[in-house]
Design a protein around this ligand. Structure first.
Ligand code: CP
Length: 304
C-alpha cells in the first residue's frame, strides 16, 4: 500500500515488518551521527489541523535524520483559515512535489479521503476518534522491547476510551499480535461498540489492573467533550487515576505507558510518571524510530 491509514487494515506480519525496520532505525537514532541517506531526494510534509508536539516534531525529525526535506503546515496561519478545503490544500501540497503527506485532522476518515485524491503517500497522524496508528506502533514497539512478545500479555488501557483514537489503534494492533487487551473507564466514556472488538470491559480500574503486564493510561480529552465534562476531572482522577498503591494490583514487572501529553495528578500521579516502571520517555524516542521506518518503507512503496 502507498499509505498508512490505520492498524485495522494491517496484518500481524505487516506490523512486525514495520517494527523490525524501526529497530534498525533506532540504531541510527542512537548513533553519534544521526544522518542516514534512506530518504535522500524525498520531500515530507506534515499537515496538522489539530495541536501536536510529539507526533509532528517526531515526523519532522525522522525525515531530517534520513536526509529528506521536511516542511510543516498547520490550519492556523495557512490558507485553511481563508476557507480552503482539505482536498484542495492537500492537492496544493502534492503539486509542490511532496512524496509523503502526514495528516492530523479532527474528522474520522480524513486521511482516507486524502489518500484517494493525491499521488503522495498519506500517513494518518490521528483522525478524530478513529485511529492514531503511529502511536499504537510505537506503543507496541516499546512493549516488545521490554517484554519480547505480546502473545498472552494482559494489556490494560485505562481512562477516556470513548474519545481515544490511541485506544482504538492499540486494540486493533495489540489484539492482532496476540495480547489480551482490556479496558476500564467511566461508563460515560466507554464506546457502546467496544464489546464487538473482543476486548474485556471493566467498570472499575482495579479489575483491569489485576495481574496486568502493561498499563496504558489515557488523558481525559476535554477538547472533544461538547457538553461539559462527565465525569469531572476530580472524579475521573479519584476513580480512574493511577497511583502507586493502585498499581500494586498489576504484576510486579508491569510497565506503564502513556501516549502523552500527560496531565500530571489527573490520570497519573507525578510519582508514577517518573517511576522506574514508567517508559513514557522511551515511548517518545521509539516514536521517532517508528516514524523513520514508516517514511522509509512508504517511500520505497513496499509496506505490503
Ligand atoms: N501522543 C500524541 O499524539 O501526542 P501529540 O498530540 O503531542 O502529537
Amino acid at each position: 500500500s502507498k499509505n498508512l491509514l490505520g492498524l485495522k487494515d494491517l496484518t500481524a506480519d505487516e506490523i512486525e515488518y514495520i517494527l523490525n525496520t524501526a529497530k534498525t532505525m533506532k540504531l541510527i537514532l542512537n548513533s553519534k551521527n544521526k544522518k542516514a541517506p534512506h530518504l535522500q531526494g524525498k520531500s515530507i510534509v506534515t499537515l496538522f489541523y489539530e495541536n501536536s508536539t510529539r507526533t509532528r516534531l517526531s515526523f519532522e525529525l525522522a525525515a531530517k535524520y534520513l536526509s529528506s526535506s521536511a516542511a510543516n503546515i498547520s490550519a492556523v496561519g495557512s490558507s485553511v483559515a481563508k476557507g480552503e478545503s482539505l482536498i484542495d490544500t492537500a492537492k496544493t501540497i502534492n503539486m509542490m512535489g511532496a512524496d509523503v503527506i502526514i495528516l492530523r485532522h479532527s474528522m474520522a476518515g480524513a486521511p482516507h479521503l486524502l489518500a484517494k485524491n493525491v499521488d503522495a503517500s498519506v500517513i494518518n497522524a490521528g483522525d478524530g476518534m478513529n485511529e492514531h496508528p503511529t502511536q499504537a506502533l510505537l506503543d507496541i514497539f516499546t512493549i516488545l522491547d521490554k517484554k519480547k512478545t505480546l502473545k498472552g500479555l494482559k494489556v490494560a488501557i485505562i481512562g477516556d476510551i470513548y474519545h481515544s483514537r490511541v485506544a482504538r489503534s492499540n486494540i486493533w494492533g495489540m489484539s492482532k499480535l496476540g495480547a489480551n487487551v482490556c479496558v476500564a473507564g467511566p461508563s460515560t466514556l466507554m464506546p457502546p461498540e467496544i464489546e464487538k472488538t473482543g476486548v474485556k470491559v471493566f467498570t472499575t480500574v482495579q479489575e483491569a489492573l489485576i495481574d496486568a503486564d502493561v498499563v496504558i493510561a489515557l488523558r481525559i480529552q476535554k477538547e472533544r467533550q461538547k457538553s461539559g465534562l462527565l465525569p469531572g476531572i476530580r472524579e475521573y482522577s479519584r476513580f480512574f487515576g493511577l497511583d502507586e498503591k493502585r498499581l500494586k494490583l498489576a504484576k510486579k514487572d508491569a510497565i506503564i505507558l502513556h501516549p502523552g501529553p500527560v496531565n500530571r495528578g489527573v490520570e497519573l500521579t507525578t510519582s508514577v510518571v517518573d517511576c522506574d516502571r514508567s517508559f513514557i520517555n522511551e515511548q517518545v524516542t521509539n516514536g521517532v524510530a517508528v516514524r523513520m521506518a514508516l517514511l522509509y518503507l512508504l517511500t520505497r512503496r513496499d509496506v505490503n
